[in-house]
Design a protein around this ligand. Structure first.
Ligand SMILES: Nc1ncnc2c1ncn2[C@@H]1O[C@H](COP(=O)(O)OP(=O)(O)O)[C@@H](O)[C@H]1O
Ligand SMILES: [Mg+2]
Length: 363
């Protein structure tokens, strides 16, 4: 976290005022793939966040190199990549704090290049480090930001109250900022971002340095913002596991370029490039009480089975047969008196996918 005495007024979209867009009420698609829609969902809406061929060069360094992706109302999108990948640079452009070398980004249809004022009304940006004005207490801090956003009188009081309640900071409203824990201070940072009730939230590494409890609490707040309040949340991290449970889609960036994006389920299914040609089925894991070595040998002789690997009492293999063949395999396994405790599709982790996608160049 930054030096608490530092003020980052440049991070504040000073000219922004209240409420922009009305909310779209469905969750359509990520790059051509259907994202589950609520019952009664209708035709896909326009994306609330659209990055189009974005470039940002610093001299010869291509910090952002042709980045494109979209996110929709009600969606939490992870922006995952190692340090230096270009996440902050992209996010600062979306927040109108920097301009692209080429390309554009649209927030609720407004261009960050042509219409930055309109973008600021509908976006909330939480930088990775921000000034805390340590001589203020919680409520003064939020009130300060509400003033900066042009709220007056009762409207300002209401805006501050709404944020205090949502972030559960009400009970410590009078606490000096310098006495807040890391988790509480991240909540305050998120609260500040929400003061003008933006439709799109851009959060730069908000979970960095949080303890597990604070992380779970942050996750719950983000979930509420997307699911209950139908906002779009773009959230970055260089730690993959931090985001797996928060996001329903993700874009993986490395050296300024998007390597892959899609729903979390799609990313988990992503196969390593090197084994694409030799991939011969879906992974299955079988656990047995004993005799796993014999099971491995037996499996090697069975139809549709390949890539058999053994780990303690668990055998993992690829199976290319259909459901019938799979049921038959299990039946014969039991007939052979293997004492099976588990027979299931091996769930692939997001980490497996990330390692496969980035080919170990990162992390
Ligand atoms: N203002 C700048 N001037 C020069 N290089 C920069 C500037 N901002 C970022 N960079 C460089 O751009 C690359 C991407 O940085 P950044 O977007 O901060 O990555 P990330 O947030 O993914 O860690 C890095 O190599 C960084 O050093
Ligand atoms: Mg960064």
């Amino acid at each position: 976290m930054s030096d608490p005495s530092t003020s980052h007024l440049d991070e504040l979209a000073v000219s922004a005022s209240t409420n922009g867009q009305t909310n779209a009420d469905d969750k359509p698609r990520v790059e051509g793939v259907e994202v589950p829609q609520p019952a009664g969902g209708h035709a896909p809406e326009q994306p609330t966040l659209e990055i189009k061929n974005l470039h940002r060069f610093f001299g010869k360094l291509k910090a952002v190199n042709n980045v494109s992706f979209r996110a929709y109302a009600g969606q939490v999108m992870g922006f995952i990549g190692p340090n230096g990948a270009g996440k902050t640079t992209t996010m600062r452009i979306i927040a109108t704090l920097d301009l692209p070398t080429a390309g554009d980004a649209f927030v609720c249809g407004h261009s960050v290049v042509d219409d930055p004022e309109k973008v600021r009304r509908v976006i909330g940006f939480m930088p990775d480090s921000f000034g805390k004005y340590s001589n203020m207490d919680v409520v003064e801090y939020l009130d300060f930001y509400a003033r900066a956003y042009g709220f007056k009188g009762e409207e300002r009081r209401e805006a501050v109250e709404r944020v205090l309640i949502f972030t559960e900071l009400r009970k410590i409203a009078d606490k000096p900022i310098k006495n807040l824990s890391k988790g509480m201070s991240q909540r305050l940072g998120l609260g500040r971002t929400l003061i003008h009730d933006p439709q799109v939230l851009v959060l730069d590494e908000p979970a960095a340095g949080l303890d597990p409890r604070a992380r779970v609490e942050l996750r719950e707040l983000i979930h509420l913002l997307a699911v209950e309040m139908n906002k779009t949340v773009l959230i970055s991290s260089h730690i993959l596991t931090e985001l797996g449970e928060i996001c329903d889609s993700a874009a993986i960036i490395e050296a300024g370029q998007i390597l892959v994006h899609g729903t979390i389920e799609e990313l988990k299914r992503h196969k390593p490039k090197k084994s694409e040609g030799t991939h011969t089925g879906e992974p299955i894991a079988v656990s047995v009480v004993s005799n796993s070595t014999e099971l491995r040998k037996w499996l090697l002789e069975q139809p549709y089975v390949s890539h058999v690997a053994l780990a303690a009492n668990r055998v993992v293999f690829e199976f290319a047969g259909d459901e019938d063949a799979r049921a038959e395999l299990l039946r014969r396994m039991i007939e052979q008196k293997f004492r099976v405790t588990e027979f299931a599709a091996k769930s692939e982790t997001l980490e497996d996918a990330f390692m496969a996608i980035t080919e170990g160049l990162v992390q």
